[in-house]
Design a protein. Structure first.
Length: 307
């Protein structure tokens, strides 16, 4: 029983939960990050979405089991390797599906709707969308958008249209980069694994990568031009009151733009120089320059919004 639970946890892919930190985007940019009631709601939404995403990963592994057995790495996952029995995986998927929807409904009706749409999107992705070029990438990007909206509706926060465009561009950038690395890896090591990869010539993926890498930092820059530097808590301790009028403006978040540009450039370097990009969460967790850049960006962002 202990081994079965261990394989369930592995199949749930807890390392992927880092993507669900995007649920805190709404509360952070609304100035409510340090409001206990808002933070608890955002935290609960994060936990629920971790279970939702784990349900999707289990379902995906179940559907992809025949093809994963042909993959040099994925064949070692608990379900395709036979370490996790299929009946237990099916029961876990059904249990998590109903329990997460039940709890999400008690948070917010619209949060429940987003969770339901997320399930529909990714179940469709596992069944057939992943086999259709372009639609597979758009589906991955839509998953990130659902995360942003889920976190926002959980705390009833407003999301800037420029921020939404930035998230869309960045998620498309990650999705295309993932396909670029998968194509190179599977072309050399495995065959007959993902049909959609056939529709992506390397030059086309390179063009997509450049296009969305550029739009990612550019839309973020446009977002910082319009986002106020201080919100709710800034009314109580705002360092700008000590500055001359020349320096007082709503554009202090522009200071974070160089960090975002560096992050995009570093990610591109990892894709083309080291062949990484198939697992974005692994890059963020293991690459020291990128991780340092992200932490500096986060600290500076919170300082500019709240102090």
């Amino acid at each position: 029983m202990g081994q079965t639970f261990r394989y369930l946890v592995i199949s749930a892919r807890p390392r992927q939960w880092i993507k669900n930190l995007s649920l805190f985007v709404g509360i952070t940019f609304s100035g409510w990050l340090f409001f206990p009631d808002k933070f608890i709601k955002a935290l609960l939404a994060f936990i629920i979405f971790c279970l939702v995403s784990s349900t999707v990963y289990l379902f995906n592994d179940l559907i992809d089991m025949p093809k994963d057995k042909l993959h040099p790495v994925k064949k070692n996952r608990p379900i395709p390797s036979g370490k996790l029995p299929v009946p237990i995986a099916v029961f876990t998927i059904a249990f998590l599906f109903f329990i997460t929807l039940f709890v999400s409904y008690n948070i917010s009706f619209f949060f429940f709707i987003i969770c339901l749409f997320y399930f529909v999107l990714h179940f469709s992705y596992s069944l057939w969308l992943k086999q259709i070029g372009i639609l597979d990438v758009l589906a991955i990007a839509a998953g990130f958008m659902f995360r942003i909206w889920a976190g926002a509706v959980a705390v009833d926060a407003h999301i800037s249209v420029w921020l939404l465009l930035c998230v869309t561009s960045f998620s498309l950038f990650l999705a295309v980069a993932k396909r670029r690395c998968e194509l190179t890896f599977l072309k050399n090591v495995a065959t007959g694994h993902r049909q959609a990869l056939i529709t992506y010539p390397e030059k086309l993926l390179d063009l997509y990568t450049v296009m969305f890498a550029t739009s990612s930092w550019l839309t973020y820059a446009l977002f910082t031009f319009s986002q106020p530097a201080a919100n709710e808590m800034g009314k109580y301790f705002n360092f700008m009151i000590y500055l001359p009028s020349t320096l007082i403006a709503q554009k202090w978040l522009m200071l974070t733009v160089p960090l975002v540009i560096y992050g995009v450039m570093r990610y591109l370097q990892l894709i083309y120089d080291q062949g990484k990009g198939e697992s974005p969460e692994e890059i963020i967790l293991t690459d020291i320059p990128l991780r340092t850049d992200f932490l500096i960006w986060l600290v500076l962002l919170i300082f500019l919004i709240y102090i």
